[in-house]
Design a protein around this ligand. Sequence first.
Ligand code: COA
Length: 406
Amino acid sequence: MSTTAKPASPSKSDAAASFAKGLEGVIAGETAICSVDQGKLIYRGYEIHDLAAHATFEQTAFLILEGHKPTDAELKRFKGELVAERALPEPVIQFLLTSGPMLKSGTAVPMDILRTAVSILGNLDKDSQDNSAAANLRKAKRLLAKTPTIIGHMQNVIDGKDLIDRKTGGDANLTFAGNLLYLMTGNKPNKDFEHVIDVSLILYAEHDLNASTFTTRVIAGTLSDMHGAVTGGIAALKGPLHGGANEMAMEMLREIMKDVGEKGIGTKAVDDWMQNAFDTKRKLMGFGHRVYKNGDHRAPILHKLGRALAEKDTKNPGGHAAVKWFQLGEQVQKIMLDKKNIHPNVDFPCGLTYFTMGIPVPQYTPIFVASRMSGWTAHISEQHANNRIIRPLSLYTGPAEMKWNG
Ligand code: COA
């Protein structure tokens, strides 16, 4: 056995000098997948406005997972692989069929059901224990293909309907976005809605070391498996400070609308509501960001599309007069910017936009999962391909050493 001393890690007191609560400003890893910066948001070299305007979600997911812009033949192959993997295995269907009472009683919300369903998928996947690059890519595509089916079937259970296309996981002629809408409702999707959902999925697909992706990398860094890492990612995304904010932003707007009434929109009543929120130090959901202090690149893209949808048809499937919600949202945004200099993040227009389409609020964050699955699984594969366990230090704040016996 060698007795050569190992080089020492940096001492704890040296490390303490760079302590940053919440890891703010700390570079905690390398990635070739995405760059999040106040200047630009880039997925593998392509800027987010460019992707939102010119790519589809399937193209974006291919880019993230396979590392380059797909050729026509590659895209055709990728779409076929996703369609072929949409159907759910019977044990997951059986679990979803039992989820109604859990959802009804409130012991579970859709994000919890989705988390467990993904975990069961892992127990059934023939590649589950194989962390090779090829197996990881196969698993990533299965997870991506099956997540909308889990969401759709779960919504069917909530609505007391038979599961739509239980044997196939949807209509092979529909896009990823279109099929997601179809599975939830049973109606062939409105083309405008399908397009806006598709763009929202592009915007949500990837965002470097956000809390849930970091979680997946920490889990993968122990050489644990992809499904386990994604299960952890879903749990992290659920929180209202992260992905759960798209639901909470809409709930907050509903609360304001209830308190001020429709007639209160555009009046001082909204300013008063906001002032009260500031005075009571309330967090306003869908605002602020750890990285983007001068605005989230994704928010105006989605706001514009969502508002146009609301203006085009105020008698939409959800039955909402959607424009008034955007007017309220814009007033809230202005007050937040004027008084606190805090910008909306993507979750704020997302809440308004999904509401305009009549999507049930508790499914907003699961839809975020359907998209972010591409980013998470790419990061897990990247971690496995060049791994070092992620194990930071902590600053001890407990009592000084004491003797147990005296
Ligand atoms: N509502 C009210 N105040 C907010 C706020 C919000 N949404 N976001 C930030 N602030 C305040 C903070 O309380 C803090 O005030 P303080 O200095 O008096 O304590 C100040 O702005 C700076 O906060 P910051 O350091 O920028 O926040 P963070 O980086 O620790 O947290 C978020 C970032 C996203 C977690 C935080 O902005 C937040 O909780 N937002 C609401 C949830 C949300 O929309 N999450 C989705 C993120 S994409």
